[in-house]
Ligand binder design. Structure first.
Ligand code: GLA
Length: 392
């Protein structure tokens, strides 16, 4: 076993993957457990292609929990659920790859997956406990490129697993296959994984499961405001999968949710059904300017300062210049004033802005020079992204 350092710094070589935050789609937020099958998922994949999402960068297609047959095969290997995935996972992965996707799957370190605990999925022994090498080998043989490895009370049922060790076991097993597999660690932020998970994984969940509501977005933001310096190329704070496009968020809230995740330098796993997505959500999710901020190669997550109660300023340094995001968490609209090369709120100076600064559109098409107006209004739960680039 590797020794973890007290300062959380990485002292082992792990595969150099995910140098920018992974982008993709995950089945859980819109279909949860029983509602996935191979023909539906291929329709989703086609919709990701047709809508321009794949081209915009959402290239990792992750099939979350409940793809598994209820029991392992006589050889001990995991198998696809025979009725919902009759062609098998390897064949489905090949179909996805032929469309240009990377193939992601879900597993757990204990004896159970989370759906076995919370969704009464009637499986037996679907967790990888004691079979890490076999499962890693199976995933590699199926062409898996991304593994979400989800804690699911893995220390119960007599396993006596401990957090870093449980995740290390699968990291080593994946690495031993020789296949480059992005390794996504999920323990809901319980043990401050930002301090240790970079040793093993390429991303780690920071909070309990995101919910389809504004309060959940705000609470994840509060966590990320405290841990922005623990993320970077090859190891990202994972703010959980997007709820953009799912019922429960207004269009202003969905836009702020998306913009925040871009500023967090968080992985962006779309969690909506792209087959039925409206044009506004498509525009938001494929917003090139926000995606460029998310994927900035410096990989420095934005830091947060409260400029007034309920009003936050997130600042993210970029390879060229920096980007700001003003978020209005309050219940009423606010005005940001621009005058004499500076922005202010409620007569308090926020910061000087370069003359070239632009307000980035959320759903719309073209940016606007900040000097175009003297007042920029931000709706309740809305945000204002600003790109500040000094022209050289
Ligand atoms: C946990 C995870 C979710 C999802 C489910 C699957 O709740 O946090 O993201 O993977 O398990 O059962």
């Amino acid at each position: 076993m590797n020794q973890l350092s007290l300062d959380g710094a990485s002292h082992r070589e792990k595969p150099p993957l995910a140098l920018t935050p992974p982008l993709g789609w995950n089945s859980w937020n819109c279909f949860r457990c029983y509602d996935i099958n191979e023909s539906k998922l291929l329709e989703v994949a086609d919709a990701l292609v047709d809508s321009g999402m794949l081209q915009a960068g959402y290239d990792t297609f992750v099939i979350d929990d409940c793809w598994q047959a209820y029991a392992r095969g006589s050889d001990g290997r995991l198998k696809a659920h025979p009725r919902r995935f009759p062609s098998g996972m390897q064949a489905l992965g090949a179909e996805l790859k032929s469309r240009g996707f990377k193939f992601g799957l879900y597993g757990s370190p204990g004896r159970k997956t989370c759906a076995m605990i919370y969704d009464r999925y009637p499986g037996r022994g679907l967790g990888s406990y004691g079979r890490e090498d076999l499962d890693a080998e199976t995933f590699a043989a199926w062409g898996v490129d991304f593994l979400k490895y989800d804690w699911c009370e893995a220390d119960e049922d007599g396993t006596d697993l401990k957090y870093p060790d449980a995740f290390e076991r699968m990291a080593l097993a994946l690495e031993a296959t020789g296949r480059p597999i992005v390794y996504s660690i999920s323990e809901y932020g319980r043990t401050q994984p930002w301090a240790w998970a970079g040793e093993y994984g390429h991303m780690w969940r920071t909070t309990p499961d995101i919910e389809k509501n504004w309060a959940s977005v705000v609470s994840i933001g509060e966590t990320h405001a405290k841990i922005s310096n623990h993320s970077g190329p090859g190891g990202w704070n994972d703010a959980d999968m997007l709820q953009v496009g799912n019922p429960g968020l207004s269009s202003d809230e969905a836009a702020t949710h998306f913009a925040l995740w871009c500023f967090f330098a968080a992985p962006l796993m779309a969690g909506n059904d792209p087959r039925t997505m409206g044009e506004d959500i498509r525009k938001l999710l494929t917003n090139q300017r926000l995606l460029r901020i998310n994927q900035d190669p410096l990989g420095i997550a934005a830091s947060c300062a409260e400029i007034a109660p309920g009003v936050d300023l997130w600042t993210r340094p970029l390879v060229q210049g920096e980007a700001w995001l003003i978020v209005n968490k309050s219940e009423h609209p606010i005005d940001i004033e621009y005058r004499s090369g500076a922005i202010s709120f409620d007569r308090r100076l926020i910061a000087p802005v370069p003359a070239q600064a632009q307000i980035l559109p959320l759903y719309g098409e073209s940016p606007a020079a900040i000097s175009e107006r003297s007042v920029w209004s931000i709706p309740s739960h809305g945000c204002l992204p600003i790109s500040c680039r000094e022209d050289k």
